[in-house]
Ligand binder design. Structure first.
Ligand code: XMP
Length: 514
């Protein structure tokens, strides 16, 4: 019996995590491993099927990434997507050529032969709208393969060796632009790999609850709660598992948004969750005095957070565990990282804390993607305003105030940010954005109020739309709306003379200004 899991071998495609998410949405657990992972690891997982992702390389050059050839002797069903298909073809003695015509975007494919992958897929005028992104293509089939799909530019847009359960697709079934891509993946997962549904919200919660209970037993667990989605869902989950043995600490570093401390405290107190406030803004501000370099600010805020948290934690007796809201994208081993150890984004957690405090780590949502965390959060009755909250960086307003962080600047920024966010909510725009905030600029600008000239602060509004925060587009907010926000800010905050709107995408800019 295999393990009812699909492994995605990552050849470096920007869509790799998307494949994993799609498989889970279909209802089956999937995990991402680097393409050159030790074959023993694959066998120890005993997957029901393997998907080879796309990737930026070309198999027509020497030394490009390959899978372990012994996988072809393992009886595990394989589906290669784009580069994954090409590397499969090459390993099995087919021919892949570099094409001078790159095909990027929508394409129409026609079915060339009946395939289990296309069962139940409805064709419009005999063809399917798919998403292509490739330069190379398979030019000659490997032995015992047949063509199952064709496009104008790509005569072998899909192939199969039905007997072995090996398939390849030149297009990307995982992106939503591919019509019925989910159906194709679902055919692979259920009809080819014979998986059973094992990944639905209620099952996930049940299994997380029982594994947390097994792990921590009757011990006390400490959680740094920020009010963000991840730590809040961890709090809701742990509350369900261990009730009063969960102790949450909310550190107020003075760089939070207006009224945020009160809102977070009352939200969790009302839910009956054990939460303690550590009011530490003075120490953060004093350590940030005179500091203008963004990375130095991050390090100071991170280290101070650890100091404060440790001091608070030491007041609580008999704690054995520290809970963290680490999620799957933080820990995926990526083939493009070079270093194959788990990569944890340093600025997203309190690195080093568990060792320093001699606590064991419990990370209940470590296997979940962000959208899964939200679904589970909903099922656990996490308040909607928390689940829908835009992400807020750990260093808070500290990296939204360009230059030195001072109390006055924090006050100005907090007020302006509240105006912007309130107006977005009022205009029903907040939920359609991924992140929106105001930035304090370290320049003064001349303005006139009545008959008086004033030399005052400049603020920038930033609003972006993004799926994964790796790339983002600036939001095309209505001019009238921007005008209204600008008016309110300059009228209501006397030290501000000018408001500008940031119309830069990522890349070339980042989302935050520092
Ligand atoms: P950038 O600015 O890198 O932001 O395009 C991508 C996402 O990461 C968040 N971000 C941070 N989060 N600590 C955090 O916890 C940080 O130092 C930090 N810097 C950026 C940012 O808000 C966005 O969601």
């Amino acid at each position: 019996m295999n393990n009812n899991t699909i492994i995605i071998l990552d050849f470096g495609s920007q869509y790799t995590q998307l494949i994993a998410r799609r498989i889970r949405e279909i209802g089956v657990f999937s995990m991402v491993l680097p393409c050159d992972v030790d074959i023993e690891k694959i066998h120890s997982i005993n997957p029901s099927g393997i998907i080879l992702s796309g990737g930026p390389e070309t198999v027509t050059k020497a030394n490009t990434p390959k899978i372990d050839k012994s996988l072809f002797d393992s009886n595990i069903p394989l589906l290669g997507i784009c580069y994954g298909m090409q590397t499969m073809a090459q390993e099995l003695d087919g021919v892949v050529v570099s094409s001078d015509k790159r095909e990027f975007g929508h394409a129409n494919i026609k079915m060339a032969e009946v395939s289990i992958l296309f069962e139940g897929v409805n064709l419009t005028e005999d063809s399917l709208d798919v998403w292509m992104s490739h330069g190379d293509k398979v030019d000659q089939l490997p032995r015992n393969f047949s063509t199952i799909a064709q496009s104008n530019n790509c005569p072998i847009a899909g192939f199969q060796n039905e007997e072995k359960s090996w398939f390849g697709l030149q297009f990307h079934p995982e992106v939503t632009h591919t019509n019925q891509g989910s159906k194709i993946l679902s055919n692979f997962v259920y009809s080819v790999c014979k998986c059973k549904k094992n990944w639905e919200t209620s099952d996930i919660i049940q299994s997380m609850v029982s594994s947390v209970k097994d792990q921590v037993g009757n011990d006390k667990v400490l959680l740094g709660l920020s009010g963000g989605v991840d730590s809040s869902v961890v709090a809701m989950l742990l509350d369900k598992c261990i009730k009063e043995n969960l102790i949450c600490i909310f550190v107020d570093h003075g760089l939070l948004r207006l009224n945020e401390v009160k809102e977070v405290m009352t939200t969790f107190q009302d839910l009956g969750i054990n939460i303690e406030l550590s009011e530490a803004s003075d120490i953060f501000l004093s350590r940030l005095k005179g500091v203008t370099d963004p990375e130095k600010k991050r390090v100071i805020i991170g280290n101070t957070f650890i100091d404060v948290f440790e001091k608070e934690a030491n007041k609580i007796k008999d704690v054995k565990w520290l809970a963290q809201g680490t999620i799957y994208p933080d820990v995926i081993e990526s083939s493009s990282d070079g270093d194959k150890s788990s990569v944890i984004k340093s600025h997203h957690n309190v690195g080093g804390l568990p060792e320093r405090m001699d606590l064991k780590l419990v990370e209940p949502i470590r296997d979940l993607f962000k959208d899964e965390v939200k679904k589970i959060g909903k099922e656990l009755d996490t308040p909607e305003h928390i689940l829908k909250r835009h992400p807020f960086p750990g260093p808070g307003l500290g990296i939204r105030i360009m230059g030195e962080v001072t109390k006055d600047r924090i006050n100005v920024l907090q007020k302006a940010d509240k105006i912007f966010i309130d107006e977005l909510k009022e205009a029903n725009l907040y939920d359609s954005l991924s992140q929106a905030f105001v930035v304090y600029l370290p320049v003064k600008s001349v303005g006139v109020v009545g008959d008086e000239r004033r030399y005052a602060d400049v603020l920038a509004l930033r609003a972006v739309e993004t799926v994964d925060f790796m790339t983002a587009t600036w939001a095309h907010l209505p001019y009238d709306f921007i005008g209204k926000v600008s008016n309110r800010i300059v009228n209501e905050i006397s030290t501000v003379s000018r408001v500008v709107y940031d119309c830069t995408g990522k890349p070339p800019a980042t989302i935050e200004w520092e």
